[in-house]
Design a protein around this ligand. Sequence first.
Ligand code: C2E
Ligand code: CA
Ligand code: CA
Ligand code: CA
Length: 279
Amino acid sequence: VLFFLLLMSCLAAYILHKYLNKNTLPEESLRRAIARNEIVPFYQPIVNGKAGTLRGVEVLARWKHPQAGYISPASFIPLAEKSGLIVPLTQSLMAQVAANMNLIASKLPEGFHVGINYSASHICTPTFVEECLKYKDSFTRHDLNLVIELTEREPLDINDHLVQTLNRLHENGFAIALDDFGTGYSGLSYLYDLHIDYIKIDQSFVGRVNAHEDSTRILDSVLDLARKLSISIVAEGVETQEQLDYLNRNDITFLQGYYFYKPVPFTELIKILLSKPNV
Ligand code: C2E
Ligand code: CA
Ligand code: CA
Ligand code: CA
């Protein structure tokens, strides 16, 4: 039996390896996966640093592959973005997320954050505002804080249309979060044009807290800047007590990371919500 299991797991690993190592994941199988609802939302809880209470979740896509098991978004989001499939993929997640949240509506703390990652190419489609308003209407709880996480794998072209779209959604009660702040292309210029509610400090910064004096200093100044602009901060990738101490010392309200919770499927999220006091 052991040998058989070993053989099977080798085989599975081989198939996955072959499958994922092709530079281009077959677009067609991703398209089918979306249609079959195999792209599912995982939820990573976001906690309040001081009180330790649950303040919300970030939705992270997983491909629930019938053979390969859960596939991480790093292996299919780039393809989705390149092929335009990111639009139906995200729409499918939005529908599943609203349905999930409605099932546990009575268990959600007031003002609970529900953040979804959106690619700029999707935000720039003509029907994006409409889609978001419909999504908002589909929640039975109207006090939820629906967050649009703006991600940028490509240099973001902050054009007038993108700015207008996000600002319109902001006026309609959505919160805008600038993801991965401090890395890659995200620059200060965004802060002029967009109504930003949250800055998500990238885990590469959080991970270096106290390890390097310089990165702590860079983080110090980012936090200072955010405070001056009255933007709330979410620290990502909190893994250690040491990092937590630094973030608490600096009054960072929202924390996210393996120290608290990993991204979990909906059934696990229910258990977490039921085991926690609601305030
Ligand atoms: P992200 O938006 O920066 O999401 C945070 C990533 O950090 C997630 O990886 C999460 O699992 C991971 N993470 C959270 N806490 C910790 C920690 O304490 N330590 C470490 N080492 N990692 C932590 P994940 O789920 O693999 O997602 C990777 C990226 O894929 C996301 O980065 C996001 O940019 C993209 N992504 C995921 N889902 C979607 C989606 O539905 N749409 C779009 N457009 N992008 C998505
Ligand atoms: Ca994100
Ligand atoms: Ca991030
Ligand atoms: Ca990231």
